[in-house]
Design a protein around this ligand. Structure first.
Ligand code: ATP
Length: 489
């Protein structure tokens, strides 16, 4: 999909109530977005898809919902106060700030696009090396060597590369003098780590086990771009899997595979996903891989799987002075219990907003329909039915003759189980098109014949085929077509 089509997806998202810029009447707020009436349904359904796969289908994974505010020491222990920063560079003419690594990545993508494979490889190597050594001077040299210009000013008048902490801070406490600096969490994971023993003890969990959580995270991203791809307030879905030290590699491989399978089941096309193994590991990891998705602007990270060692629990134990250990009663090869230890952790972390964007981009289709002399384009979102904001739209053909009453009665029977859309205005074709644009998989039309023989017309979104069926069969058909089993099994 081209950049041009991506623009269409963004405007479609706004026009059809999926995503709005935040506080739009004040011209918006940088990299903050609101989900509209249809977006919230799709987002909730995606969250459910994740929760069901991770929590409901694993008896050894449970969920929590930790607070966004956490004790400030949390972020000292996690390494975020000292190390959660991005290398940034300013262009002196445009006064615009960029992430140095991203300027270089964009250049690599451009080399690749122009068929300059060797140059792309060389630069990738240099970038990996600079990031690995945290060498800011080297990043600046690469920007100079590859003659990277500011997209706004077009000049190469750059500052040095500096580190910039991404955490938002605020104050807690009623009186200014009592105020204490606290942070808005930059990831949900730490809420899981600090609750590790609470959950393990109260849930009588045995290693290996996982704790899952979905919720907001905040990062003062230097550059915000590509719509909901990189936001300053976003939602993560994270799972920390606590394992016996020494077994982390095996669990890392397990989750790496399991998570890719989960993405594939969305049916957006397996070739749209790929792994990207990390060369530069975060301060807490002994192995890390991204699952990347082919967005219209190229392959980008969608999910991270990290083998986080015992880094977090160990640091929290040290800084809090509270033991965060597990007693493993299982016997080792010498017949002795494994005993007390700090577990190792394998983490899976996916951004809900990026997932939303991946689904939206891949499901957005423009199709030519109609006969030779009456060709037309329809916009359709081919969402998996179970994820669609509305599962079924119900239309009385006309507003009179008792048709609305019959349609409403049918809707009353369905709305407990399915999100239903009711509409009686406009020609039927127009109504169908509006539902196509929302991704509604089924439309049901009640007409005069319905009054005579209790049948309705069901229209399928993807094939646009229509079928006459008994009204009493509607529920059965919907149950067959709209099921979590289609995604989860
Ligand atoms: P990136 O390299 O793109 O900044 P990251 O490696 O910092 O991402 P993680 O810290 O691993 O990301 O976070 C896990 C997931 O959270 C990412 O895979 C992504 O889907 C999502 N995510 C991270 N930052 C953002 C953001 N600013 N906006 C939206 N989603 C985000």
């Amino acid at each position: 999909m081209s950049e041009e089509l991506f623009k269409k997806v963004v405007s479609h998202a706004k026009e059809y109530g999926f995503v709005f810029p935040s506080s739009e009447i004040y011209d918006g707020l940088g990299a903050v977005y609101d989900y509209g009436q249809n977006g919230v349904e799709l987002k909730n359904n995606l969250r459910q898809y994740w929760w069901k796969a991770m929590v409901q289908l694993h008896e050894n994974i449970v969920g929590i919902d930790a607070a966004i505010f956490m004790h400030p020491k949390t972020w000292k222990a996690s390494g975020h106060v000292d190390g959660f920063s991005d290398p940034m560079i300013d262009n002196k003419d445009s006064k615009k700030r960029y992430r140095a690594d991203q300027l270089l990545e964009d250049k690599i993508a451009r080399y690749e696009k122009d068929g300059k494979t060797q140059k792309a490889q060389e630069l990738q190597l240099g970038l990996d090396q600079a990031l690995l050594e945290n060498n800011l001077g080297q990043l600046k040299s690469l920007i100079e060597q590859h003659e990277i210009v500011c997209p706004i000013s077009g000049t190469r008048n750059w500052t040095d590369v500096r580190q910039f902490n991404l955490m938002f801070s605020t104050e807690m406490g009623a009186m200014a003098e009592d105020a204490d600096k606290i942070y808005l969490r930059p990831e949900t994971a730490q809420g899981i780590f600090v609750n590790f023993l609470n959950v393990q003890k109260t849930g009588r969990m045995k290693i290996p086990f996982g704790i899952a959580q979905t919720g907001k995270a905040f990062r003062n991203e230097i550059i915000a771009r590509q719509f909901i791809m990189r936001m300053r307030e976003f939602e993560q879905m994270e799972m920390q899997f606590f394992v016996r030290p020494g077994t982390q590699k095996q669990w890392y491989e397990y989750w790496k595979e399991a998570r890719l399978k989960w993405h594939h089941k969305l049916g957006l096309g397996d070739s749209k996903y790929r792994y990207h193994d990390h060369v530069k590991l975060a301060h807490y990891a002994d192995a890390a891989v991204d699952i990347e998705f082919e967005f219209p602007f190229g392959f980008k990270e969608l999910e991270g799987i990290h083998s986080r060692t015992d880094f977090d629990l160990k640091n929290h134990q040290e800084l809090s002075g509270k033991k965060l250990q597990y007693f493993d009663a299982e016997l080792d090869e010498n017949g002795k219990p494994y005993g007390n230890y700090i577990p190792y952790v394998v983490e899976t972390s996916v951004g809900l907003d990026r997932l939303f964007l991946s689904v939206l981009c891949a499901s957005y289709k423009e199709e030519e329909v109609g006969e030779e002399d009456k060709k037309d384009t329809r916009v359709v979102l081919t969402l998996p039915p179970v994820l669609a904001p509305y599962k079924v739209a119900i239309f009385p053909l006309t507003k009179k003759d008792g048709l609305p009453e019959v349609a409403r009665k049918l809707m009353d029977e369905l709305k407990l189980d399915y999100t239903c859309f009711y509409e009686e205005k406009d020609a039927i074709g127009k109504r169908y098109r509006r539902q196509d644009a929302l991704g509604t998989p089924f439309c049901i039309t009640v007409d005069h014949e319905s009054l005579e023989n209790q049948t309705v017309t069901i229209r399928y979104r993807d094939t646009m085929q229509q079928e006459r069926i008994a009204m009493s069969k509607v529920k059965e058909i919907l149950a067959q077509e709209i099921s979590w089993g289609k995604l989860l099994v």
